[in-house]
Design a protein. Structure first.
Length: 164
């Protein structure tokens, strides 16, 4: 192979473009494996599903339920718990197929902009009522008890239950 002429500048890549390239390369390799196994009579390849999420009990429970119902020989399943920006970045660079996060009035504008810039779409799963978890001796718990006289909007310590 001939060396490039001395006047040509070396190619430079940003880390973002490299990460994106690796995501696409991973998909190409998975598709190649699928085609080889399908048409060369090999065992079918394991399908890959990766989910990135903030730490939410409902997401973890749903993921564990899905894992239990899935044939481990057919699927490779991964769940990553991380920050909102990293969730969007993981989906944008194809490291994860799905991202789960909480959209609220305080972060809506920023997250929608981030999604738009990343060419991603948002689909709401459900509307969630926020809860506050505190120790029963917490000054926040005492404030809510004094002002509302109820635990309807928060949990206070291990002996109370969430409200409706």
């Amino acid at each position: 192979m001939d060396a490039p002429p001395p006047s040509s500048a070396p190619m430079r890549f940003s880390s973002t473009s490299c990460v994106e390239f690796l995501g696409y390369a991973r998909q190409v390799i998975e598709q190649t494996d699928f085609l080889e196994r399908r048409y060369l009579s090999k065992k079918p390849p394991r399908r890959v599903l990766s989910v990135s999420s903030q730490h939410y009990a409902f997401a973890v429970n749903a993921f564990v339920s899905m894992v239990r119902k899935t044939n481990a020989d057919e699927y490779e399943l991964t769940m990553r718990e991380t920050r909102t920006h990293d969730i969007v970045e993981s989906v944008r660079t194809l490291r994860s197929e799905i991202g789960i996060f909480y959209l609220n009035p305080f972060n809506r504008k920023v997250i929608k902009k981030l999604l738009r810039e990343s060419d991603l779409t948002y689909h709401s799963l459900f509307a969630a009522k926020p809860y506050i978890f505190t120790g029963s001796a917490s000054s926040l718990a005492k404030f809510f008890w004094a002002s509302s006289g109820t635990t309807a909007s928060f949990w206070s310590g291990p002996t109370t239950r969430p409200g409706p």
